[in-house]
Design a protein around this ligand. Structure first.
Ligand code: FAD
Length: 487
């Protein structure tokens, strides 16, 4: 008989397996451990990740003396979960604010760069004067946009596409020239198919509450006490990888197991789960947090609840590529004002957006180069991910050279691919999510977090992970004091 301590006999150590070691999975593991300490329960957590290195799509690298973000580079401060986590895990001093002053964002129209007029909050104009003076819209387009404030509350309807929502409120010019490149660009989405409820939940609420996006955004800004026109971003001085390192640093040694692709999950008769891992011994767990993409979940959930996995796996993901190009910084070099620019699909260019790395993140590049990051692929260009590196570099270079009058060849480049990385929520996905949650509610000790739950972007992923962790602890310690479910 194995020797158990008195404590173990009273409260046996519980085991939690987290499937997926991206930021969602790591944040869930960190939170489970933190909450277990709070309720004084022994919990062993193992994070299983298919890849060798944790972090999922978050990757920062140093190249030729420059700090480059392959994927996520900034955090929206309006969603505080990521910044709060950073402070909690000791990265508070590394958070830096990036001031997105008016003009720091540009959009391409008719193959020329145009500044976003001052007062645009996301794509919602809040200053009539700067809208009227903008070179980006035609006169009828400006009138249509300005009428938004007078259109009033429109009949509450079910979900609709991003395009339908924005065009209904602000007209097609604003959709095509600003909203589509910015919002569809953030989600690398097809705005005709992507759910407005999932992409813009706050604006959907604002429409219903204030009857005008412009009025609602002005009120929200006043309530937040912000004096300036555009919101700022947050970043980490050492790059987003610091969040991954910080999270891993809070976990016990050996907790994160790389190279561990989970191939199956089975319910145990005695309770709990057995986790099948490719090429390794199975792992027993009392509870499981699933933090991997939907297309992996089909296989994992169906044996537990027939049909559930196949439903989940229907969620499509878009692939995206980032290409960093470094040009010599000379007087005739890229004269890029601001942080970068977005490209509407109507321009027919191969790139979706460009970030001027040194301007957006001062100090990250060496003095002799201008580093630009081009974004390619997405739902409307699914073949991009399969192109060769030299083709991607050429497409990015030719687009940037044309827009920025660059005459030199790039000195160096870095190409990063993110296959099936961005969830593409179809119209009506929120209802599907409700049904999914109802069904999951009946499966004790199994939680989901990350993209499948509607979380896109690090703050939402972290928030979803923290909720999953709270529910896991409540399942494992039903007699403990109640923990907050909503973080
Ligand atoms: C190019 C790009 C730019 C972005 N820019 C920003 C930005 O500026 N700001 C922002 O907030 N967000 C940004 N995002 C979004 C953000 O990075 C993601 O929403 C977030 O990182 C997703 O984290 P995750 O852990 O949920 O998923 P992932 O990072 O996809 O992690 C999932 C993990 O599951 C593992 N896995 C898969 N299958 C299995 C299996 N069977 N067994 C075990 N493990 C498995 C994978 O190896 C992976 O590590 C960007 C995303 C991309 C791709």
């Amino acid at each position: 008989m194995s020797e158990l301590s008195t404590r173990d006999r009273v409260h046996p150590t519980r085991r939690v397996a987290v499937v997926g070691g991206g930021v969602s999975g790591l944040a869930a593991a960190q939170r489970v451990i933190a909450l277990a300490k709070e309720v004084d329960v022994e919990i062993d957590v193992t994070v299983l990740d298919a890849a060798e290195r944790p972090g999922g799509v978050v990757r920062t690298e140093r190249h030729e003396g420059c700090l480059l973000e392959a994927g996520a580079d900034s955090l929206v401060p309006q969603k505080p979960a990521a910044a709060e986590l950073c402070r909690e895990i000791g990265l508070g001093d590394e958070l830096v604010e990036i001031d997105a002053h008016p003009g720091s964002l540009q959009v391409v129209h008719a193959r020329r760069l145009h500044r976003l007029p001052a007062g645009f909050l996301l794509f919602v104009p809040t200053r009539l004067g700067s809208l009227l003076g903008s070179s980006l819209f035609s006169l009828p387009g400006k009138v249509r946009i300005a009428l938004e404030a007078l259109a009033g509350r429109q009949r509450a309807r079910g979900d609709e596409s991003l395009r339908s929502f924005v065009e209904r409120r602000l007209g097609s010019e604003l959709y095509e020239r600003v909203a589509e490149p910015i919002v569809a660009g953030l989600f690398v989405a097809d705005g005709d198919r992507f759910s407005a409820d999932m992409a813009l939940p706050r604006l959907r609420t604002i429409e219903q509450r204030f009857g005008s996006l412009t009025r609602g955004m002005l009120r929200a800004r006043a309530a937040a006490g912000r004096g300036h026109g555009t919101a700022s971003f947050l970043a980490l001085r050492g790059g987003m990888q610091r969040i991954v390192e910080g999270l891993v640093g809070t976990l016990p040694i050996g907790c994160v197991r790389g190279g561990s692709r989970v191939t199956g999950i089975a319910r145990q008769r005695a309770g709990g789960y057995s986790i099948e891992i490719d090429g390794r011994a199975p792992l027993a767990a009392d509870a499981v947090v699933l933090a991997c993409p939907a297309f992996e979940l089909g296989r994992l959930l169906d044996p537990i609840e027939p049909g559930l996995g196949s439903d989940v796996a229907e969620l499509d993901y878009a692939s995206v590529v980032t290409v960093h190009l470094a040009y010599p910084r000379t007087p005739t070099g890229p004269g890029l004002a601001g942080h970068g620019f977005f490209v509407p699909r109507t321009e027919g260019m191969p790139i979706l957006a460009c970030t001027h790395v040194g301007a957006k993140f001062p100090g990250r590049t060496t003095d002799d180069v201008t580093v630009l990051r081009a974004y390619l692929g997405g739902a409307l260009d699914p073949g991009m991910i399969d192109r060769r590196d030299d083709e991607l570099i050429d497409l990015a270079h030719r687009s940037l050279a044309a827009m920025l009058d660059i005459r030199q060849a790039p000195l160096w480049n870095r190409v990063h691919r993110f296959p099936r990385a961005m969830p593409q929520y179809p119209i009506g996905y929120r209802d599907r999510l409700t049904r999914l949650n109802d069904r999951l509610g009946g499966i004790a000790g199994l939680e989901l977090c990350g993209g499948v739950t509607g979380a896109v972007g690090l703050p939402d992923c972290i928030e979803s992970a923290r909720r999953a962790a709270s529910r896991t602890i409540q399942h494992l310690t039903p007699d403990s004091v109640k923990l907050p479910l909503a973080i």
